[in-house]
Design a protein around this ligand. Structure first.
Ligand code: NI
Length: 394
């Protein structure tokens, strides 16, 4: 590793603390909007670091400002803090002590890395200009998300650039993905109720069967992407729930369908939502049923700023070596980091953290998901170097 970061003795100590913080957070996960102990821990750790102006813009989020007193840019760096309703099965000695709740996406690591970066940057404050603002965000996993709420409390006021990271099990440790342009998808949700006419399963001519019609709806929705989206654009339409019926000899009145639409491009997104209702209306009308359709728009796609991204690629190459920069395609997950990007140009990057549990690397949101803790140092070093360069004298 070659880097302009100095004071390696401090860094080594910080990394030890970061791992300890991550393990503490991992053992004490909390769900979205309920990060009470998590935000308390973050606040207390920041107070112990010192030299920061700390406030809680919402009940369970924390913002720390490193104000240098010298004119310059304002860099925001964000970590999300919430866990998921999953029962942990990793067998880790610092596994979840909160039954049914697990840090299964790596947000424990994000929080620990940003605390580490804060500690390092406070130690370097004499060389910094402007302000560095550390955003510890609640509720990334649950729409409408914590980012918008924090922004409404002014946390992005005056910010000139924003960066954020995700530990990423799809990449090996030592690799860092810094894609330009669209990075994550808009995760929209839909609900469909098909209303038919119930009756005896052996006398179907007197009924309007919502199951048979629902099956046609599911099949026809597949055409939205296959025949309606440019093959060079990306979209997913998945029906993930289909509930109907109570007995083998009864045709039910209704069928309930639910699912998700993922897109990277605003025009593709709007087009699918409109054509979706046309398909549902057409199929249900053709068979004499009616429908109710609800389409909820989720987070915006994360779209990385080309100029900030180019600088971040250079930071990663200098901190981790040019070979560490991984070619990475967009992922169709949702991420409300996009909300911060509405307020300032920014880049979201992915720190390779794959770690097998029971001989296999498990995906994010899996009960056996884990991160390789060596990735925490990579994340801290990238944050510190990015901030040191951006807030250098100019
Ligand atoms: Ni996540």
């Amino acid at each position: 590793m070659s880097t302009s970061i100095e004071a390696p003795a401090t860094l080594a100590e910080t990394i030890k603390s970061v791992i300890a913080w991550r393990r503490h957070l991992h053992a004490n996960p909390e769900l979205s909007f309920n990060e009470v102990e998590t935000s308390r821990f973050v606040e207390e750790t920041l107070q112990a670091i010192g030299g920061l102006e700390i406030r809680k813009p919402t009940a369970t989020s924390v913002v720390a400002r490193l104000v240098t007193g010298r004119p310059g840019p304002v860099l925001a760096m964000r970590a999300d803090m919430d866990a998921l309703p999953i029962t942990e099965a990793t067998g880790l000695p610092f596994g979840s002590t909160n039954a049914g709740v697990m840090h299964a996406c790596g947000h424990d690591g994000h929080t620990a890395m940003l605390l580490g970066a804060a500690r390092e940057l406070v130690a370097r404050r004499d060389r910094l200009h402007g302000e560095i603002r550390f955003l510890f965000q609640h509720a990334e996993e649950t729409f409408p998300g914590g980012a918008e709420e924090m922004i409404s409390r002014g946390v992005m006021d005056g910010v000139t650039r924003v960066i954020g990271a995700h530990l990423w099990a799809e990449l090996p440790v030592g690799q860092v993905g810094v894609p330009s342009g669209a990075v994550t998808a808009a995760p929209d949700t839909f609900w469909i109720t098909i209303r038919g006419k119930g009756g005896h399963a052996a006398i179907p001519q007197q009924t309007v069967d919502p199951i048979a019609i629902g099956a046609q709806v599911v099949t026809n929705l597949q055409h939205l992407v296959a025949r309606g989206v440019d093959p060079l654009d990306s979209a997913v339409v998945s029906v993930t729930q289909f509930h109907a019926g109570t007995a083998h000899n009864v045709i039910p009145e209704t069928a309930e369908l639910n699912g998700t639409v993922r897109t990277l491009d605003a025009a593709v997104r709007t087009g699918i939502a409109a054509r979706m209702e046309r398909v549902i209306r057409g199929v249900t009308e053709a068979h004499g049923a009616t429908y109710e359709f609800t389409y909820e728009r989720g987070y915006r796609p994360v779209v990385n700023d080309p100029a900030v991204t180019a600088e971040m690629v250079q930071v990663v190459a200098d901190v981790c070596g040019a070979a560490a920069v991984a070619a990475m395609r967009p992922v169709m997950v949702g991420e409300d980091f996009s909300a911060f990007q509405q307020k300032a140009p920014g880049t979201f990057f992915f720190v390779g953290a794959a770690r097998p549990v029971d001989g296999e690397v498990h995906p994010h949101h899996h009960p056996k998901f884990d991160v390789d803790e060596r990735a925490l140092e990579t994340g801290v070093r990238i944050f510190v170097e990015a901030a040191t360069r951006y807030c250098a004298a100019r």
